[in-house]
Write a protein that binds this ligand. Sequence first.
Ligand code: SF4
Length: 256
Amino acid sequence: MTDLRLAIQRFDPSRDPKPRMVEYTVPRRQGMTVLEALLFARDYMDHSIGVRFSCRQASCGSCGMKINGRPRLACYTQVDELGGDSVVAQPMDNYAIIKDLVTDLGSFFQKHAQVTPRLVRSDAREQDNPTKEYLIKPDELSKVLQFTYCIKCGLCTSACPTVATDSKFPGPQALAQAYRYTADVRDQGGAERIESLDSEHGIWRCHFAGSCSYVCPKGVDPALGVQLLKRHVMSGKPPHLAEEASKEYRAPQTQT
Ligand code: SF4
């Protein structure tokens, strides 16, 4: 097998004037992931390469980065699937760089927290000390299930063109999670959750580019979540009833 040419964007904001690309030649093997290639370069060629990782199995979301121009998880991307003998690794867009491939996800988690990503009951006492178990039926669960698979890797937000131009926009992950909890029949916190999102920098800034869903490594469709949230706000009804309302809606006929 030919060696792999691995180009890594290097940048330490505390001392470098600007980012630069540095190339490493890494021995390649079948099934090698981009993360393994990066760790080889770090362990045997340059200990100062900044790369973040943890689980190595697409569960923790720590190793998100831009690989050959597209946001991906390095542990979940095999070199073979990229084709060719070279790989380019860069930090994710839309986040500040801490060092090299490590980005600051502070604002991402802050926006996630702002949508109250948990089930809320209107009775505060019941919320803190529930007197019974709150159940959800399988068909009700199926409406939100895919959104529960989010591992908060931040890839979708790095791919979002709206986040790139509006730092106050919550981003696809936070909005999809807002839908996930609002659409859960056990939740009673939807009105409060939606209030700040139905605003100038909120859901209406999404123009459905769909890049968030394209890059998600867990099969979540955040773009769909955002559109369902819009439908919920427009109909003024809980998501499960909004679905019925949208079936009744007939688009006006265009005059020709
Ligand atoms: S929706 Fe997908 S891409 Fe976005 S943070 Fe969750 S797992 Fe990552």
